[in-house]
Design a protein around this ligand. Structure first.
Ligand code: DQA
Length: 149
């Protein structure tokens, strides 16, 4: 069975560390990738780590994941709150989907409280900072292990 996990990051996350550090912290996207690679190694998972500012590209990657990946970890960033297209793409993916947000979106502006993605996610992590990605991968490993062959 595939142990490939797509870790997808949405718009503006390339600016992590520089962008509103009081909300998102000082760690960069490269730090997030390093944390994911370390967690994946520990868990025996292989990751495809990607970021895009384009909705189209994220959708293409979700389609690609249908063919290649056992699970998806996604921080859709602002598209969380706007994108029916990303919801639809994720709905066509068969394996576990974990939604991650660095910040606690429920503590923030009301428009961030709604997530289109949560309706198709196996689980949601918000407010755990970079650690949330590692926790998401731990959960993926558990869900894949529990999956009947
Ligand atoms: C975010 C939260 C979103 O509301 C925001 O648009 C982001 C990042 C987070 O990781 O906390 O860009 O997904």
């Amino acid at each position: 069975m595939s142990r490939i996990v797509y870790v997808l990051n949405g718009p503006n996350l390339n600016l992590l560390g520089k962008r509103q550090p009081e909300i998102y912290g000082r760690e960069t996207l490269a730090d997030v990738e390093a944390a994911c690679r370390a967690a994946a190694k520990e868990l025996g998972l292989t990751i495809e780590f990607r970021q895009s500012n384009r909705e189209y590209e994220l959708i293409e990657w979700i389609h690609e994941a249908r063919e290649r990946a056992a699970a998806i970890v996604i921080n859709p960033a602002a598209y969380t709150h706007t994108s029916v297209a990303i919801l639809d793409a994720l709905s066509a993916f068969d394996g576990p989907i974990i939604e991650v947000h660095l910040s606690n979106i429920h503590k923030r502006e009301p428009f961030r409280h709604r997530s289109f993605v949560s309706g198709v996610a196996s689980g949601v992590l918000a407010g755990f900072g970079v650690q949330g990605y590692g926790l998401a991968l731990q959960r993926v490993a558990r869900l894949l292990a529990d999956k009947p062959a």
